[in-house]
Ligand binder design. Structure first.
Ligand code: OSB
Ligand code: MG
Length: 373
């Protein structure tokens, strides 16, 4: 297919409640949606970068520049298949979130043209997937607020809950939720807030029978995670450290990682995400599908990814309503039994609703000729 035009729709989606982690508090989701026009039709992608470079070095304004000056010029006017996109963009170092969003849009266009769903293309083995939810640190630092939020998620039917932790907000909140829900599948995510010096402290989490502890230490400290994994009974899972299939294989074989959180946006796209899944499956290492507070575009793609066979741990695959009053697409919705149906329409199975896009959009840029309107 020939790539003819790339339009970026920047949108602002107010969150239903602030989302606070060890590294930031987000009140509004500022997202770049990318619309690629080809000679066989249109495709949509979503970039998981944020306004500020706090989770990753990538951020939305930088993504716009790298798209405009380095990535899109390599694709424009070319006859490509989606599978060729990683190699075409490969000479540009880094910027996996920027690359992944373009690959997703080209894949969506290709699959819509051929009538195949994204899930079927990736190798889905489930029609429905179980849903987990990520719970932020309460804005008011109150355990009662956390309990009320978790009570709400459990009542909705979520099958697994993740708590965000950081020094000073770890043992007590986890103890309270575990005592209230002795059988709830529960895990914690520190987003790198601890160091090698905290290994004894982190081992105190072992008494709560957690599914895993996610990215406790700095993303570059592989030895720290290995030392922790040797000491801690709770499995150590990596998120930010995992960048590619080769690096995932290294982390697994080195002993730094017992479970992998796969976020397609973080690893340069769904083809790379699938390759990481395949490596982990070959090693018998469970994987799960992470989230980046995606709109329905990215969320639909995540749900498809989560239906692959190696995804044996419940992911951050919550309903659109977990974060948004209004999504840009028809919402992705969990059923009362805590399961979500994997989209089966061609491509992602979701496109922006024109009125919603219009209402939520803060900027529209035709990146192939630089025009804003
Ligand atoms: O570390 O998993 C994370 C959201 C934004 C940035 C980082 C993370 C998260 C989440 C997932 O916790 C939230 C979701 O999309 O369900
Ligand atoms: Mg994480």
């Amino acid at each position: 297919m020939r790539i003819e035009k790339v339009v970026v729709h920047r949108c602002a989606l107010p969150l239903v409640r602030p989302f606070r982690t060890s590294f930031f508090t987000e009140y509004t989701k500022d997202v770049l949606l990318v619309e690629v026009t080809t000679d066989v039709g249109t495709g949509w992608g979503e970039c998981v970068a944020a306004t500020d470079p706090l989770y990753s070095h990538e951020f939305n304004d930088a993504v716009m520049l790298v798209w405009r000056d380095h990535l899109i010029p390599r694709l424009m006017g070319r006859d490509v298949t989606a599978e060729e996109v990683p190699a075409i963009l490969g000479p540009v170092r880094g910027h996996p979130m920027a690359r992944g969003a373009l690959e997703l849009a080209v894949l969506d266009a290709q699959l819509r043209a051929s009538g195949q769903s994204f899930a079927s293309y990736l190798g889905s083995v489930h029609d429905r997937i179980p849903c987990g939810v990520s719970t932020g640190i309460p804005d008011d630092d109150s355990i009662d607020t956390l309990v009320a939020e978790v009570d709400g998620y459990v009542a909705e039917g979520y099958r697994r809950v993740k708590l965000k932790i950081q020094p000073g907000w770890d043992i007590e909140p986890t103890r309270v939720i575990r005592e209230r829900y002795p059988d709830l599948p529960l895990q914690v995510d520190a987003n790198q807030a601890y160091s090698r010096d905290d290994i004894d402290h982190l081992c105190r989490l072992d008494e709560f029978d957690l599914l895993l502890v996610e990215q406790p230490i700095h993303e570059e400290d592989y030895l720290g995670h290995k030392l922790l994994a040797e000491r801690m009974r709770t499995p150590v899972c990596l998120d930010e450290s995992v960048l590619s299939a080769d690096n995932a294989e290294s982390l697994i074989d080195y002993g730094a990682c017992e479970i992998v959180n796969i976020k397609a946006g973080r690893v340069g796209g769904y083809l790379s995400a699938k390759a990481i899944h395949d490596v982990a499956l070959s090693r018998g290492v469970p994987v799960w599908c992470g989230g980046m507070v995606e709109t329905g575009i990215g969320r639909a793609a995540n749900i498809a990814l989560a239906s692959l066979p190696g995804f044996t741990v419940i992911g951050d695959t919550s309903s659109s309503s977990r974060f948004f009053h209004q999504d840009v697409t028809e919402p992705l919705t969990m059923d009362a039994d805590g399961m979500m149906t994997v989209p089966t329409d061609p491509g992602l199975g979701r496109t922006p609703i024109p009125d919603a896009l219009e209402e939520l959009r803060t900027d529209r840029v035709i990146l192939t000729d630089g025009r804003h309107d």
